[in-house]
Structures are given as structure tokens and as C-alpha cells.
Design a protein around this ligand. Structure first.
Ligand SMILES: C[C@H](O)[C@H](O)[C@@H](O)C(=O)CO
Ligand code: MN
Length: 419
């Protein structure tokens, strides 16, 4: 059956519940998703570094051929990726993806280190988001940055933070709209600390110092702080825990970033959205898929993902949630990872926009809880796929599995030719 025929039938089914599929498609396509540049190269970064200068990074596992080795390759991969994904996209750049002809250390970075990204974004007609990089650097080797007990090291990272807000502001000015900045630090301890208080006090102090820079316009550089429960090497103690970050964000009038992989393995985030949004204007989501101790598997169209977007729909808070991705898999074709994960996120958005929210909430008000449960369950077998296929057709990107061939061709023609 053609996409059009299947869509007409699906449209009728949804219309019987008062849901306009054309409107849902349009809205789903308009909502921006920020693609994380770090999936192109397994979070390596492109800084010009003197020989031997390195430092622990985030661990991406796998060695699939074709990793981007520089900004040109990363942007080419992003262009290919974006051609296979429907809807509005942004690109999220980490500070370690600076491109300079000589070494510029993190504390000395300025907007000129990202000119290539900004020029490219303009050409592509997309907006950029930004992240300071508090890892993969010798001054982050012992696992502490903004909460470091050594004042010189802490000051170095504060300087990096200040520089990053100026870079984000320049990005916002270049694109004529806000740049969303995510603050994540790995600071923490593998085992039981004797003092959990002092690093947290220093972390808060550092953030206060960074955010005190009044020359940065908060409507251009929009800051979010990302929490984490534990990491590899910080299994026992993470300075920027859930409580630390949400308390900090609320008390300082900034946003919170919730990464779907940063909580207890059986904990999920959709129930938290309605709480945080009582007290903060915006939240940022890192859409991801945790598996056991890994927080960053490629996103899939699973219940956790659907529930997050359904919650946004039911609270009608689409304009208060910024959607970004955070997964990386170096063991499979990286374009395949990007496209699978981002298409899944867009599917989640569309799925939620087709939710019979008004009817469900009506049942709830009337105390008709059996009807509420029944309708939620029945909606799981509505002809969603036909609406999704139409969304892809409207966006002029491959329908269904058709994109896999394009990924394979790109692997043969481009990725396999990289050393
Ligand atoms: C590269 C990102 O900053 C990083 O993935 C962070 O967002 C995170 O989730 C760390 O676990
Ligand atoms: Mn994250």
C-alpha cells in the first residue's frame, strides 16, 4: 500500500478521537532536536594539541572504521546524517571541537576557535548549541575540575567556563537566536569520600563565579546544569548529583539538564518533568538509552522515550523543553547510530502529539479511571507507523528502512576510505 493510502486510513482513525494528524506532523517537524557533534568521532574532539598532551575523556567503546578525524569530516557526516532525518535540527558543539591552527588551551578559547562551525551552521540554515569541556585534559586527570581543591586548577576551569559563555553568546549572535549551553562536569570519586561537602561547596562557588559575568546576555547564552548519579571512576560520589543540580538551578534561576541515562537503572525521568517545571522556566533533555552502567546507548523508540514526550504533551510544555541527544557508539556505523537514535526521538515526539490527551484528562476529571486506562492501552495499537511514514515523506527524507542503503553507500564511498 502506498504511504498516502495508509495515511488516509490512519488519519481517519485518529480523527475519530478528535486528533488532527496533519497538525501533529507539522508540529513534530518544527520542534528542534539538537544533534550532538560528538557521535561523529566518539567524543575525541579536534583541538590542536601538542604531542603527548592528553587526559582522560569519556569512554566510547568500539573501533568501527570511519571515525571523523577533523571538523570537515564531522560536518560532512552531520550533513549526511541530517539528510536522512526528518524535521528541524540543531547541532550541539563541545568546546573540545575547537579548530585552530595553533594550540589554544581551554581557558584561552574564544569565539574565533569556532568560526568554522558558525559559518557552516549559517550555510546549513541551522542553529548551534554549546558545551564547555571539563574532561579530556591533563587538568581533569584526577577526576576533579570546577570542584578541585587546588585553587589554581579550579581557577583554570572557571576561566574555561567564562570563555564558553562568551563563545555561546557569539554563536547566538551569529544565528540570531539563543544558544543553549549545557554544563556537565565529571567531578567525583570512585570510592567513599571522607568529605562530600567541600567539593560541592567549591562547585557551587565556581559556578557562581562563572555565571557572575554580566557581559553575557542570558537571553542569548541560555545555561543548563546536568546532573549525574555515577560514572565510570565516580561510582560512589558525583559532585553534581541530581539534588545538587536541581537545587543549584532553582536557586540561581537557570535550567536543569536531565540525561535519561543519569539515574538509577530502574529510575526514569518522565515523572520528574512536572516537578521541575513548577520551579524553573525551562529544562533540557539529553535523550539517551541507559543499559546497566552505560548511560549512552543509541536511543530507541522505547517506552521510556515515549513516556518523556507524552509527559510533555500532557503538560503542554513543548515550549519549555529543549531536546538534545546524548549517545555515542563506536562499535557500529556512526551515521547509522545517529540516524537510528534521532529518528527514534522524532518518532517519540510525533507519537506524543497523537496522544488523546484531552479525552484522557476528561476521563480523569470525571473519575473514569477504567476508561482512562483502556484508552491509553488501545492507543498503543493505533496506526502510528502510517503517520510516521507520511511525516518522512513530507520532510523529503527516506521512508521506513530505505535510509539503510544510503548509510551503506556512504560507508563504502566515504567512511571506509578514511585511514
Ligand atoms: C559529552 C557530554 O557532555 C556528556 O555525554 C555528558 O552530557 C554526559 O552525559 C556525561 O555522562
Ligand atoms: Mn548527557
Amino acid at each position: 500500500m502506498s504511504v498516502e493510502k495508509a495515511y488516509e486510513l490512519a488519519k481517519e482513525r485518529y480523527a475519530a478521537f478528535g486528533i488532527d494528524t496533519d497538525v501533529a506532523i507539522e508540529k513534530a517537524l518544527a520542534l528542534p532536536i539538537s544533534l550532538h557533534c560528538w557521535q561523529t568521532d566518539d567524543v575525541g574532539g579536534f583541538e590542536t594539541k601538542p604531542e603527548g598532551l592528553d587526559g582522560g575523556g569519556i569512554m566510547a567503546t568500539g573501533n568501527y572504521p570511519g571515525r571523523a578525524r577533523n571538523g570537515e569530516e564531522a560536518r560532512a557526516d552531520l550533513e549526511k546524517t541530517m539528510s536522512l532525518i526528518p524535521g528541524t535540527q540543531r547541532v550541539n558543539v563541545h568546546a573540545c571541537y575547537s579548530e585552530t591552527d595553533h594550540y589554544v588551551d581551554r581557558d584561552e578559547m574564544d569565539p574565533s576557535c569556532f568560526t568554522k562551525w558558525m559559518d557552516w551552521a549559517k550555510e546549513q540554515g541551522i542553529c548551534l548549541d554549546f558545551n564547555p569541556t571539563f574532561f579530556a585534559h591533563p587538568k581533569a586527570e584526577d577526576g576533579f575540575t570546577l570542584s578541585h581543591q587546588d585553587d589554581e586548577i579550579r581557577a583554570f576551569w572557571v576561566k574555561h567556563g567564562k570563555a564558553c559563555r562568551k563563545i555561546a553568546q557569539a554563536m547566538a549572535e551569529s544565528q540570531g537566536s539563543p544558544c543553549y549551553v549545557n554544563w556537565w562536569t565529571p567531578d567525583g570519586d570512585k570510592d567513599i569520600p571522607a568529605d562530600r561537602f567541600s567539593p560541592r561547596a567549591r562547585m557551587a562557588k565556581s559556578y557562581d563565579e562563572i555565571m557572575a559575568d554580566d557581559s553575557v546576555d542570558k537571553t542569548k547564552c541560555v545555561d543548563f546544569i546536568e546532573s549525574k548519579l555515577f560514572g565510570i571512576g565516580s561510582e560512589e560520589y558525583v559532585v553534581s548529583s541530581g539534588e545538587f543540580c536541581s537545587d543549584y538551578a532553582i536557586s540561581r534561576g537557570m535550567g536543569l539538564c536531565m540525561d535519561m541515562g543519569h539515574f538509577h537503572p530502574t529510575e526514569n525521568i518522565h515523572g520528574k518533568i512536572s516537578s521541575h517545571l513548577q520551579f524553573m522556566d525551562k529544562i533540557l533533555l539529553h535523550v539517551s538509552r541507559p543499559i546497566r552502567w552505560d548511560s549512552d546507548h543509541v536511543t530507541l523508540f522505547n517506552d521510556d522515550l515515549k513516556n518523556v514526550f507524552i509527559e510533555i504533551q500532557r503538560g503542554n510544555v513543548w515550549d519549555r523543553v529543549v531536546v538534545a541527544l546524548d549517545f555515542f557508539d563506536a562499535s557500529i556505523n556512526r551515521i547509522g547510530a545517529y540516524v537510528t537514535g534521532t529518528r527514534a526521538a522524532r518518532k517519540g515526539i510525533l507519537y506524543a502529539l497523537l496522544d488523546p490527551t484531552a479525552q484522557l484528562q476528561g476521563y480523569e476529571v470525571e473519575g473514569k479511571k477504567a476508561q482512562r486506562l483502556a484508552l491509553m492501552e488501545e492507543f498503543k495499537s493505533m496506526p502510528f507507523a502510517a503517520v510516521w511514514d507520511m511525516l518522512c515523506e513530507k520532510a523529503d527524507v527516506p521512508v521506513g528502512a530505505d535510509w539503510i542503503g544510503e548509510m551503506e553507500a556512504y560507508e563504502t564511498d566515504v567512511l571506509r576510505k578514511r585511514a
